[in-house]
Design a binder for this molecule. Sequence first.
Ligand SMILES: Nc1nc2c(c(=O)[nH]1)N[C@H]1C(S)=C(S)[C@@H](COP(=O)(O)O)O[C@H]1N2
Ligand SMILES: [Mo]
Length: 259
Amino acid sequence: MGDILSRRKLIKSSLAAVASASGLGVAGYLASRYGLIPPDHGGIYGIGKTITYASQRLLIPQHSLAREFNRTEISKFAPVVGEPPTDETYQQLSAKSFRDWRLKIDGLVTRPSSFSLEELKRFPSRSQITNHICEQGWSFIAEWIGVSLSYILDLVGVLPQAKYVVVLPYENGDPPQSWWESIDMVDARHPQTLVAYGMNGPDLPIRHGAPVRLKVPRQMGYKNVKYLHSIIVTDTVKNIGKGVGGANVEDGYSWFAGI
Ligand SMILES: Nc1nc2c(c(=O)[nH]1)N[C@H]1C(S)=C(S)[C@@H](COP(=O)(O)O)O[C@H]1N2
Ligand SMILES: [Mo]
């Protein structure tokens, strides 16, 4: 009896050792071969996070689509997370229906630019009815209308060394906090990734992120930054905040929140 138990233990622990050793090997291999180390990899490659991110990127076709729904399936009720920005500039812009608001885009681009809401609305529009899934365990189906982030990236001309798109919102809370996030170029270029200015209709309600928000339906709720202020294209997020790729990542959430 004792023998069996200890043998099991031995098998278990050697399996664990093999798993973590090969995990290290796989992570290290993927790292050098494909440059697929997420910004929040932490100490010795954050093996779990690296494997999740790398295997998603290697195994799932890059442009596989999040499921889309019919209009009849749109949820009657859409929960809200987060207060509108307390930022004074935001309040003033909002009071004038965002007529003076502009979305700035710079970083590793050939033509740093800024676009008004009206300009964004004149670009080819895209819409999708997708499920918004929050890490807190709820979801709702809504239609999002906007311009594809890829279209905007083409307008400004992304340089080949770009690796991430960072989205910065107006700040909220006391003390002011920024719900900034970053995504890789695969998600930035994904056909369903929108800079959305409409929700279930032509406008985006303040509580859902007016004037525009990011909609990245293949990732969890918190990556879908509301109240956009600006976008930065970069090859590293090390110099932003704590260097892990997002405010929520600093709070312990995974940078890659693929669903
Ligand atoms: N600027 C900003 N963006 C944000 C948040 C926030 O508080 N501030 N909350 C996030 C979270 S956790 C979720 S689930 C969704 C919620 O979007 P909704 O309020 O439109 O349902 O927005 C995300 N984007
Ligand atoms: Mo969320």
